[in-house]
Every structure is written in C-alpha cells, then in structure tokens.
Write a protein that binds this ligand. Structure first.
Ligand SMILES: O=C(O)CCC(=O)C(=O)O
Ligand SMILES: [Fe+2]
Length: 455
C-alpha cells in the first residue's frame, strides 16, 4: 500500500498541493463515453503517505455503471450474504461483545422510538427500563481528539415496543459537537502521545433496543431480497452494490469493534513527521506502517501483533472475487478479457474508520509484494456505515478523477488493469448509514472501510 500525498495540508511526501476549484467526473455511463484509456500500470513504486486535503465540487452526477447485472440473493446464499433479514433478530447493541465505558464518547441521548414525544411517554413499558449512563467528565489536557470530545451519554430504553411507528432509537443530541471536535482534531497535525489508546467504534451507550417496528423489518427484508448489482466501472474495477447484507455488516462491525479494542486495535496513525491521518486504523494479518509504508508482523508504535483476519471476512472476500469474475466473464466478448480480475486469498486487511470529517488522499496501494502487484491481485474494499465519495483515476490529480459514492454494504474491487489505480476518499456523507445498522450496533457516526489484500 502506498498512500501518496494527493493534496496537501501538512503532508510531507509527494504533495501535489490542493486544488482550489477541483472538478472531477462522476463515473460515466457507457453510453456517454467509453471507458477512458488506461495507461499501463503507472509505474513508480516510490513511497508515499496517505494524503490529506480536499476536493470541491463534483463536475457531474453521472453515476451509471458501464456494465451492470443484478444478482438475486439466492445466488449467493451459500455464504449467507443476502436474504438474512427474515432471520434478523434485534439484539442489544453490544451483541455479546461487551460494552466498555470509556469516558471518551460522543453524547448520545437515545430513546425508544422515533421522536421526542416518546420521551414524554408515560407508557410504563417505556419508563420501567430507562437507563441513564452518564460518564463523568475527565477531560485531560492532551488527550486524543476522541477523548477530548466527550459529553454526557444518556440512554433511555425499554424492552418492549412503545410505539408502532418507531424504529429502535434516535439520537437527538451530540453529533454536532462530536463532529466539530473531530474536525478540530482531524485537521490538526500534532502527534499526540495517546495515539495508541484503542479507539472504540461504538458510542458509549447502554441501550437496550426495542423490538423493531414492522416497517423497519420490512424495509430490511426488501433490501435483502433485492440482491446486489454488479458493475464494471473500468477494466479491472468492479463495484458490487448492496453486496453485504445488514446482518453481515452487523457481524463485521461487531467483530471489528471487539478486535479493535484489543491489542493491535484501532489507533490514530501518524506519519514520521507527526502529522496525523484523517482516520483511525487497525490492521489484520500484517501491519501496515504509515511511517515507512511497509508491512510487518508487528506495529512499531506499540509492538502489538495484528489480529488474524476473521475467517468469515475472507469468505466474503473470496466470494466477492468470484462474483466479480463471473460478471467480467459474462462481458468478456465485449471487453476481450481486458477487465479480468485474478483470484486472491487475503492475508492483510486494513480497517479504516472515518468520522464525518475523515478523508484519504489520492494514492496507489503498492506496498504489497511485487508479485502481488504484477499479477494484479485485487484489493477488495468493504464499505459500512456512512457513505463516502470515493475518487479514482489514472493520475494523482483530483481534477481528473472520477467519483462514485460508496454506500454501506458496497464492495469495490480493483485488480488487473486497475490494480494501480489512484484512489481516495473525498468526503464522508453525514447521516447516511442505514438506520437498522445503527440500531443493531451502536456504531459511531462515520464510515468503516476494510480493504483486503494479498501480500
Ligand atoms: O476508504 C476507502 O474506501 C479506501 C481506503 C484505502 O484506499 C486504503 O486503505 O488504502
Ligand atoms: Fe488504498
């Protein structure tokens, strides 16, 4: 992996400066223009760092894929990717993972039902199980941004349904302050000494969720049975929309949260010069070190050994590659096999968590082995939570990049001719995560991204 600077606010390696009025293409429908020509692999294997900076306006919202097919859920049911909604069981958010009571969390006033009216409800089924869990403020002068940004967390909850209109719970406060606190920290470049303290993907809440409304359950079922849509965005790059079911997303989030709190868990990565990345990160399998742009068996910053990749994750990845391969081969007459994606079994996974101000500069993933890159073994990316504006293109130039919105459950693969594509995250679209996912997990506002690779 090689996260070269694409635009700069404080990055030190390979900065290309900021584009004040950058415009870029959303990915084009085939009818509008053919796939743009791909230069052969863009060559340079120089080191870089994950960039920071910003893009501005998208040139056009053209988002139709070049080739599309829709796969019904039954076709992937052997790995349980779809159609699990019927079995969906609403559980308490920790889901056996256990909840920590770190004082560093965002305030979330959660209550049963969709609206504040329920707060005034005198319904005994609501009031009998109300929890207040307000952690005391212990603001330290030099705590990491997530620790500085703390507020009282109050949960109201009930075991039984109090409203036929309500989904599980709603957040009515805290998010704004949470975001602004992150913003001030995310844009800061100073290294802080607590950057190895585990970052909790969950908000600190002790919410006992209600039974979901019929409406919410039906919505989940509808989404699950819709299946997913596959499209070849450019040779070697495939987007599987809505590929991971909500149940799978919940499982992935819970696993990441659990492992993320342990050794080798989520931390605030930084560069050699002390600049911080605009995201939290952890690795599975092997550690990727942003200071050296190299993989290793341990994380230099704290000596931790990254956890193994959960086997279920690998199954999803392998299945997604197979699905992409059949999509590509069904198009192969048209493309003369140019957009092939080789198979791989991941031994590395990098998990990024972006808050609403998170981003990642245009870069190439090129720190895997030479052989892996030469063969075009794909990088497989899972998006969960809030949507992201994802840029990609042949150059480290945001003006020339195309854009696609990656939503929760989407899987993106880039291998073969696109193995060295420049890519990055321009922005996180606030409050776009599926509500049912938040109901089920207590995932913080933001986006979890997992990228799988084979060294
Ligand atoms: O968050 C994403 O979608 C991209 C992440 C990425 O490019 C990386 O971790 O190398
Ligand atoms: Fe990347």
């Amino acid at each position: 992996m090689n996260h070269g600077e694409a635009w700069g606010s404080g990055g030190r390696r390979g900065s290309h400066g900021r584009s004040p009025a950058s415009k870029h293409r959303a990915h084009r429908p085939e009818s509008e223009s053919p796939m743009f020509p791909l230069d052969e692999y863009s060559g340079s294997r120089g080191r870089g760092s994950r960039g920071r900076g910003r893009w501005t306006q998208s040139r056009s919202p053209r988002n139709s894929p070049s080739q599309v097919y829709v796969k019904k859920s039954s076709q992937v049911s052997n790995v349980g990717l779809v159609e699990k909604a019927a079995q969906l069981e609403i559980k308490s958010p920790g889901d056996g993972i256990g909840s920590t009571t770190q004082p560093d969390e965002v305030a979330a006033l959660k209550f049963s039902g969709d609206n504040m009216d329920l707060l005034q409800s005198s319904d005994s089924s609501c009031s009998k199980n109300i929890n207040f869990s307000g952690g005391e403020e212990k603001v330290g002068a030099r705590m990491p941004c997530d620790l500085v940004n703390r507020m009282r967390d109050v949960s109201f909850s009930g075991h039984e349904s109090v409203s036929s209109t309500g989904d599980q719970k709603a957040e009515v406060s805290g998010v704004k302050d949470h975001d602004s606190a992150h913003k001030s920290c995310d844009v800061g470049n100073s290294l802080n000494e607590s950057n190895t303290r585990p970052f909790d993907l969950f908000l600190q809440t002790k919410v006992v969720t209600l039974k979901p409304s019929l409406h919410a359950v039906n919505r989940v079922k509808r989404n699950a049975t819709k299946g997913y849509t596959g499209s070849v965005i450019r040779p070697g790059m495939v987007l599987l929309k809505n590929y991971l079911s909500i149940n799978d997303q919940v499982m992935i989030v819970n696993k990441c949260r659990q492992l993320g709190l342990g050794k080798g868990g989520f931390y605030q990565p930084g560069y050699r010069d002390g600049a911080l990345l605009h995201l939290k990160m952890m690795c599975f399998g092997k550690n990727w070190d942003p200071e050296t742009s190299q993989y290793g068996e341990t994380r230099p910053v704290d000596g931790s050994v990254p956890p193994k990749i959960p086997v279920e994750f690998n199954q999803f990845v392998e299945k997604a590659i197979e699905e992409s391969q059949s999509l590509v081969s069904s198009n192969s007459k048209k493309t003369k096999g140019e957009d092939g994606i080789p198979f791989m079994s991941p031994d590395i996974c990098i998990a990024n968590f972006y808050t609403s101000t998170g981003r990642l500069g245009l870069h190439q993933d090129k720190d895997e082995s030479e052989e892996s890159i030469r063969k075009g073994l794909p990088v497989v990316s899972f998006s969960i939570g809030d949507s992201a504006e994802f840029l990609y293109g042949d150059q480290r130039d945001t003006d020339k990049a195309d854009m696609v919105v990656l939503e929760s459950g989407d899987v993106l693969l880039f291998g073969g001719k696109s193995r060295n594509v420049f890519h990055g995250v321009r922005s996180i679209l606030k409050d776009t995560a599926p509500k049912v996912l938040l109901d089920q997990t207590s995932l913080r506002p933001g986006r979890l991204n997992l990228t799988f690779r084979q060294y």
